[in-house]
Design a protein around this ligand. Structure first.
Ligand SMILES: [Zn+2]
Ligand SMILES: [Zn+2]
Length: 316
């Protein structure tokens, strides 16, 4: 299961309605933070996440709206007497930025801050268990005014009963199939069912987050077929050329979603010039039907092929 809570949805600076764009991904007890603008701690606390549970922070690039919350988070962790290391991932240059922030001298940091500089295309894999890698986070280059990377969080695949085959052979569902699903042989009415004959491997859930970008082929290639794409959409077509440097319109985001054949699209990272985001959604919908506006503190859950959206405080 992947649960994504959208902490912020705006560009440039936090406002009461929209904090700067950031996400929390929860997977099997681990909590990952993607981007870390000013005020992210407020949204984390509103959505019930403890700072102490965050072990990995992923930064897309070094514009203030994606990184200025980092010193605050490190300071709060220190005040809570954290001992466990924090890992920070980001583009080349992250080490210099993180060390620079710490060297401001805002407080003693009594835990390790391990920095990993990522080259686009590199994958970060989760802990290994008997079933293999639990998750991977693939990275890709985006097209922005600064070196910038996007992330695709992929859950490992899982085994499921081949329902098509069952239907074709006229076999009805049976409670014993739960054991079969767990890899055990079962006998029903004298017939032996072996896992290798009846189980198929299903792909795990996947979520992609672009950070800031213009429409780019590198993004389309990297997010191909994901369950959910969160693509920035700073402006609408009417404003193209006015303040769109290094960014996408809602139409661009929808075209990427369509070309990459993703299942669902959230447009995110909106300019504060827009009082309402509805015109941006109206631009995306005719191109890509499953488009939604990202709202602060809303989110969604991906679980074995299902997609469920939730509102604030509605986490599962
Ligand atoms: Zn930004
Ligand atoms: Zn930026």
């Amino acid at each position: 299961m992947i649960e994504v809570t959208i902490l912020g949805t705006g560009a440039t600076r936090p406002t009461v309605r929209r904090f700067t764009t950031a996400l929390v991904v929860r997977h099997e007890g681990e909590v990952f933070l993607f981007d870390c603008g000013e005020g992210v701690q407020v949204r984390l606390s509103q959505s019930g996440f403890s700072l102490m549970k965050i072990d990995k922070i992923f930064i897309t690039h070094f514009h203030g709206d994606h990184i200025l919350g980092l010193p605050g988070i490190l300071f709060s962790m220190a005040k809570n007497e954290r001992k466990k290391a924090v890992e920070v991932y980001g583009p080349v240059g992250t080490e210099r930025i993180v060390n620079g922030l710490i060297s401001l001298g805002f407080g003693r940091i009594p835990f390790d801050v391990k920095v990993h500089e990522i080259h686009p295309g590199q994958s970060i894999t989760g802990k290994l268990n008997e079933r293999g890698t639990e998750y991977s986070i693939d990275t890709f280059k985006t097209r922005h005014t600064k070196e910038s990377i996007g992330y695709v969080f992929r859950e490992k695949g899982y085994s499921n009963i081949d329902k098509e085959k069952m239907k074709k052979e006229g076999i009805k569902s049976n409670p014993k199939f739960a054991e079969l699903k767990n890899g055990k042989e079962v006998t029903i009415d004298g017939v032996l069912f072996k896992p290798e004959d009846w189980l198929i491997e299903m792909p795990g859930a996947s979520v992609a987050y672009t950070g800031d970008t213009m429409k780019a082929k590198s993004v389309i290639d990297a997010v191909k077929g994901v369950d959910v794409l969160l693509h920035e959409s700073t402006f609408n077509e009417e404003d193209r050329g006015k303040f769109d440097w290094g960014h996408s319109s809602a139409r661009d985001a929808a075209e990427v979603a369509k070309e990459a054949e993703v299942k669902h699209l959230y447009i995110i990272h909106f300019s504060h010039r827009y009082k309402s985001i509805k015109p941006l959604l109206a631009e995306a919908l005719p191109i890509f039907e499953n488009s939604y506006i990202a709202e602060d503190l809303h989110g969604f859950v991906l679980k074995k092929g299902s997609f469920t959206q939730f509102k604030p405080k509605g986490r599962v």
